[in-house]
Design a protein around this ligand. Structure first.
Ligand code: NIG
Ligand code: FE
Length: 427
């Protein structure tokens, strides 16, 4: 076991053999790009298998019946899975894990009857998080965020996206993104960063358009110049940012070479999905409220729909119609949305299970949504999302299961007994 805080950057040196794996999920000769529609049920599963890891990457694997034996024992760790499953680590393609503090008080207010929108209208919500974040020193923000990331890693998350959007001014947005970048530079797991300056309009601006222009014309160029963002995002929603602002964001993303991942259709269907798909956004996320023409747009384009079922659970919203999207041929992804206001959990196992319990997905479809398709929603298909030769050796050795389906069936119990990330066992 290694101490994650002091774990060195990069891949582990060393070799590992996991043998007698009951079910090995995601192994192959080449990484999967994305799985769409009916193919989402076809994530490769090898029964009674072995997997070899070297320098933090998958080296080889196969069926125990064809196991070639061990020629060189030097520096080799051998783990007997004893029939347990090996699954690729989760890929959480949508989080706000860099934030200053929880908002449990607002949650209690909601239990007592206030709505999420009413709380926001009183200056709570995103603006509440922004006040706390602006006051927090960068080091304190980094320490808190690292602890959160490590918690996710122990639950089996092997890659994560992190958004800004609680800064809402130049200095604080950049502070958030620097923290997210530094988390990635630790080398524990890949971290993709997303500029979400257009998350809410703070005080001091004439209107939404004036704030959007400030974010896109002044803050984004500074963010891009320092290489702090991989993606751009906007909260396209009634009462937040409209279609015109969203179009401007998509164009700004093109200008800076930053693919868009857009918050859209959380509460209202207002044409944002079509706009994003036609513009070639990498993903559209939330989609709790989806109309037939939105589904048709998604089916005809390459944009990945990302469902966030923990947000639906926490805010009591409709669930993204996952079954409908998969039946329409989409490459659906599932992520947590981990944030203090609408989804205070980074539990990908629960999110995937909710895909089955509330979105009508079969277990193999939900697993594909939370791994392979999550990687596609981050442009990380070569590295993570599966356990093909050359991909990062980031995996979960599960507690004993009689089938892969059981991984999501017992939704409340911790799934992994051990987690390996980039070749390191996580303590
Ligand atoms: O994805 N919808 C917009 N943003 C976040 C929640 C923000 C908050 O409440 O702090 C989300 O749900
Ligand atoms: Fe979000």
């Amino acid at each position: 076991m290694c101490d994650l805080v002091t774990m060195e950057t990069g891949f582990a040196q060393g070799r590992l053999l996991i043998k007698d794996i009951g079910h090995l999920v995601g192994f192959g000769e080449t990484p999967l790009n994305r799985l769409s529609g009916q193919d989402m049920r076809r994530m490769p599963v090898l029964e009674n298998a072995w997997l070899a890891v070297e320098d933090g990457r998958v080296m080889d694997g196969g069926s125990m019946a064809d196991f070639p034996g061990i020629a060189d024992w030097s520096g080799l760790e051998v783990v007997d899975a004893n029939g347990r499953c090996v699954l690729p680590s989760w890929v959480d393609s949508h989080t706000h894990l860099v934030h200053a503090a929880p908002r449990a008080g607002e949650w209690v207010d909601r239990i007592r009857g206030l709505s999420y929108q009413e709380i926001a209208a009183r200056g709570g919500g995103i603006l509440n998080s922004a006040r706390a974040l602006r006051e927090m020193e960068e080091e304190a923000l980094f320490d808190r965020s690292l602890k959160r990331m490590m918690r996710l890693m122990r639950m089996g998350t092997g890659a994560v996206e992190i958004k800004s959007g609680y800064g809402l001014d130049m200095a604080s947005e950049m502070k958030m993104l620097r923290v997210a970048r530094r988390l990635g530079e630790l080398g524990h797991i890949p971290v993709k960063t997303t500029f979400l300056g257009c998350h809410a309009v703070p005080e001091g601006f004439a209107d939404t358009m004036a704030y959007t222009r400030h974010m896109l014309d002044e803050v984004l160029p500074a963010v891009a110049a320092e290489g702090l963002a991989d993606h751009v995002d906007i909260f396209c929603e009634s009462g937040y940012f409209g279609l015109e602002e969203t179009r401007m964001l998509l164009e700004a993303g093109d200008k800076w070479g930053l693919p868009a991942k857009v918050h859209v259709n959380q509460f209202t269907a207002m044409g944002g999905v079509g706009l994003c798909v036609e513009h070639g956004a990498l993903s559209v996320d939330h989609l709790e409220v989806l109309e037939a023409d939105d589904v048709a747009e998604l089916a005809s384009g390459a944009t990945i729909p990302v469902a966030l079922p923990l947000c639906s659970l926490f805010l009591d919203l409709p669930y993204t119609p996952g079954r409908t999207l998969v039946d329409a041929g989409c490459a659906l992804a599932i992520a947590t949305d981990f944030n203090p206001g609408s989804a205070p959990s980074g539990n990908m196992h629960l999110a995937a299970a909710m895909g089955c319990l509330r979105m009508g997905l079969e277990p193999m479809e939900a697993l594909a949504a939370a791994t392979v398709n999550g990687a596609a929603a981050l442009g990380l298909s070569e590295q993570v999302g599966g356990l093909a030769v050359g991909q990062e050796a980031s995996l979960m050795l599960t507690r004993p299961l009689s089938s892969v389906d059981e991984a999501l069936y017992a939704f409340g119990d911790p799934l992994p007994e051990r987690v390996l990330l980039r070749g390191h066992w996580v303590g």
